[in-house]
Write a protein of this length. Structure first.
Length: 256
């Protein structure tokens, strides 16, 4: 990163970390029993250790890091919230994502070194759909937290992405933003607050909005299957060009 890019990223990182610490202090005791109850019917017992998860992998990024992408998942799952991890996309979905970029050198991207990984909300649940339980059973405080955390993440992510692009200069990289997991961005989805805020913060500014792409989630290999299917119908495209076209198509489907 350029010195300006790293300063911008560092400010974002500090603000995000502080936000998660405050939310854990304010809501941790309220969230833990809800998070356990939400998973009771379809998830083996596991320890809820971090109700609101900051991605500690961000602390490993330095000015020497070449950041090529910002990847946005849904929310931290079981593995991500463990004290020994506190990192995003370290479970099966993350392994699939890392494997995809390792196999496809055309992207020139190491998923663990060249990517800023964020989520639509830092509020943990074992499965994303469990957020519905928290919204239903958590009362006004929890509902407000989940909605406001989406708005916070969308606003700060949009600002970060655009500022990194603006301050790339001749030596820096203008990163792409990959929004993965679009099912809950559709009508009546869990992340409509994130979707609305993100759209407003870009205001469809062409220079930056053209570097935003929307995809299926890495989980259960849906991202790779979707891309492979798209490429089978567009045989003349290389994998990077195909990903950009597919991501633009899904972006239009979601954002109009």
């Amino acid at each position: 990163m350029t010195p300006n890019q790293f300063e911008i990223f560092s400010d974002f990182r500090d603000e995000f970390c502080t936000y998660c610490m405050k939310m854990n202090k304010a809501y941790g005791d309220l969230l833990k029993p809800l998070q356990i109850a939400a998973s009771a019917d379809d998830t083996p017992d596991y320890p809820v250790e971090t109700p609101v998860v900051y991605n500690s992998a961000l602390d490993e990024i330095t000015e020497k890091s070449d950041i090529r992408m910002i990847v946005i998942g849904d929310n931290p799952g079981k593995d991500e919230q463990l004290d020994k991890n506190k990192k995003y996309l370290v479970g099966q979905s993350g392994k699939l994502a890392a494997g995809f970029f390792e196999k496809n050198a055309e992207f020139n991207t190491d998923f663990r070194k060249n990517v800023i990984i964020l989520n639509k909300t830092p509020v943990h649940t074992a499965k994303t759909t469990h957020l519905k339980y928290l919204l239903k059973k958590g009362g006004n405080d929890v509902r407000t937290l989940i909605l406001e955390s989406q708005i916070f993440m969308a606003e700060k992510t949009a600002m970060l992405h655009q500022a990194l692009c603006n301050n790339a200069g001749e030596d820096g990289i203008k990163p792409e933003l990959w929004l993965v997991g679009y099912a809950e961005l559709k009508d009546k989805g869990l992340f409509l607050g994130y979707k609305k805020e993100l759209s407003e913060d870009y205001d469809k500014t062409e220079e930056f909005w053209n570097r935003v792409y929307v995809f299926q989630h890495f989980s259960m290999n849906r991202f790779s299957i979707d891309l492979k299917t798209f490429m089978s119908k567009h045989s003349g495209l290389g994998i990077v060009e195909a990903a950009h076209e597919l991501g633009s198509l899904h972006k239009k489907e979601i954002f109009g």
